[in-house]
Design a protein around this ligand. Structure first.
Ligand code: ZN
Length: 136
């Protein structure tokens, strides 16, 4: 696979408003975008840390997978996202390697990225997102 860097780290939170007080007020990072991803039933907030971003995920519905995550595990790191070149090729390589794909084909995520998730059961416990910026 052709992975260039960690695109972002996704963190499940109950309230972006509350959590921003820490990331902005204490860490001094700037929230540069808030976006709702209706398909995933989450509101997202982004902070830049060098080339990598922090993506806060607040569920917008009780049946959101992020709501279920918080219910089971509490707030905290939800997934890690790698920036890749050639997301389709990555997915076919992952499938060939016997990994369980949540998305067999890339779909649209926040910030217009093409994204696909690998199941944590086949990635040693870490929900893994592959993403590619095809607009660049
Ligand atoms: Zn993500």
């Amino acid at each position: 696979m052709d992975i260039s860097h960690i695109e972002h780290i996704g963190i499940a939170v109950k309230s972006i408003e509350e959590t921003k007080k820490y990331y902005e007020g204490v860490l001094g990072l700037k929230c540069y975008a808030i976006e709702e991803v209706a398909e995933q039933k989450v509101k997202t907030a982004f902070f830049k840390v060098g080339q990598t971003k922090i993506e806060l995920l607040e569920p917008t519905s009780e049946d959101s997978t992020v709501a279920k995550f918080i219910e089971n595990k509490g707030e905290g790191i939800h997934h890690i996202a790698f920036c890749v070149n050639g997301i389709e090729k990555c997915l076919s390589e992952a499938e060939l390697a016997g990994l369980r794909l949540i998305d067999k084909a890339p779909r649209k995520g926040a910030e217009g990225l093409s994204i696909a998730f690998l199941h944590p059961k086949s990635t040693f416990g870490v929900l893994t997102e592959m993403c590619e910026n095809k607009n660049k």
